[in-house]
Design a protein around this ligand. Structure first.
Ligand SMILES: [Zn+2]
Length: 265
C-alpha cells in the first residue's frame, strides 16, 4: 500500500477535461506526459494534449460504461502501445493490463503508484485507484452521493463505500461526474438539520452558479455531508425509516432505502 502521506510529485497536477454533459476525464500530467482516467470521449482529450503539447502515456479505466470507455480506441490509434489499465474479464475492448484488488500500478512517466481497490455496486467490474492522497473512484462515490446500482446490490455498494472510507480522511476524491448540486438537494431531504451539509450546499450552489467545478472533494468532507456514508447515524436511519414507512432492521436496510429513495427522488 502507498504510505498515506505521500503526495503527488511536485511537477504532477490533476486537471479536469469535461466530456458530454457532466463527465470529467481526469488528466494526471506534468509538462510532457499525461495519463487520463475514464476517457469516454477522445476528442476533448486529444484537444487537451495538443493545447498543452502533452504525450498521452496511459489510460486508467474504472468500469465498463461507455461514457468512461468510449474514447479508448481513438486515443490508442493516436498514441499506440500505451498501457490501458482497467478491469479484468475481457469485456472492455482495448484493456492491455487487467488489474484486480490488491494490485499496485505504476504510471511510469511520473513514478506514481496507485493501489487498485475493487468496488462493486454501480457495476460489478468497478475499480477505484488510490495513491499519493488521491482517489479516482469513477461512479462509485460522488460528492454528496453514490452511483446507481445497475449491477450490484446495496450490500455490495455499502461494503465498497466502506472500503473507500477506510482511506485517510485527507484523501482527495476525484469522481467522474458533476452531480454535486443535485446530490445536495437530496442529502438535505435526508438530513435537513445537518449544519455542515447546509454550508456545503450553499458553497456548491455558488460554484455552480458560476459554472465552476465542485471537485475534488475529500473523504473528510464526504463523511460530514454524504448520506450514503452516514447510514450508521440516527438522523439518517430515522429519515430512511420514515420514507420506508416501517422499521428498518439493520444498516444494509437503511442504506438500501436511501439508495431507492434517491432513485425515486
Ligand atoms: Zn457508470
Amino acid at each position: 500500500m502507498n504510505p498515506p502521506s505521500s503526495s503527488l510529485p511536485d511537477q504532477v497536477v490533476i486537471t479536469p477535461v469535461q466530456a458530454f454533459s457532466d463527465n470529467y476525464i481526469w488528466c494526471l500530467h506534468d509538462d510532457k506526459a499525461v495519463v487520463v482516467v475514464d476517457p469516454g470521449d477522445a476528442t476533448p482529450v486529444l484537444a487537451f494534449c495538443k493545447q498543452h503539447n502533452l504525450t498521452l502515456s496511459g489510460i486508467l479505466i474504472t468500469h465498463h460504461h461507455h461514457d468512461h470507455t468510449g474514447g479508448i480506441s481513438q486515443l490508442v490509434s493516436s498514441f499506440p502501445d500505451i498501457p490501458v489499465i482497467g478491469p479484468s474479464g475481457g469485456h472492455i475492448k482495448g484493456i492491455t493490463q487487467a488489474v484486480k484488488q490488491g494490485d499496485t500500478i505504476t504510471l511510469s512517466p511520473f513514478q506514481c503508484h496507485f493501489d487498485v481497490i475493487e468496488v462493486p455496486g454501480h457495476t460489478l467490474d468497478h475499480l477505484a485507484f488510490y495513491g499519493h492522497g488521491v482517489l479516482f473512484c469513477g461512479d462509485t462515490l460522488f460528492s454528496g452521493g453514490c452511483g446507481r446500482l445497475f449491477e450490484g446490490s446495496p450490500e455490495q455498494m455499502r461494503h465498497s463505500l466502506n472500503a473507500l472510507q477506510r482511506l485517510p480522511e485527507q484523501t482527495l476524491v476525484y469522481c467522474a461526474h458533476e452531480y454535486t448540486q443535485a446530490n445536495m438537494t437530496f442529502a438535505l431531504a435526508v438530513e435537513p438539520n445537518n449544519n455542515a451539509l447546509q454550508q456545503h450546499a450553499d458553497k456548491v450552489s455558488t460554484l455552480r452558479k458560476h459554472q465552476q467545478i465542485t471537485l475534488p472533494s475529500s473523504l473528510a468532507v464526504e463523511k460530514s455531508i454524504n448520506p450514503f456514508l452516514r447510514s450508521h447515524l440516527q438522523t439518517v436511519a430515522e429519515s430512511a425509516k420514515e420514507y420506508a414507512g416501517h422499521t428498518l432492521t439493520d444498516e444494509d436496510a437503511i442504506f438500501a432505502t436511501i439508495r431507492r429513495w434517491k432513485d425515486e427522488f
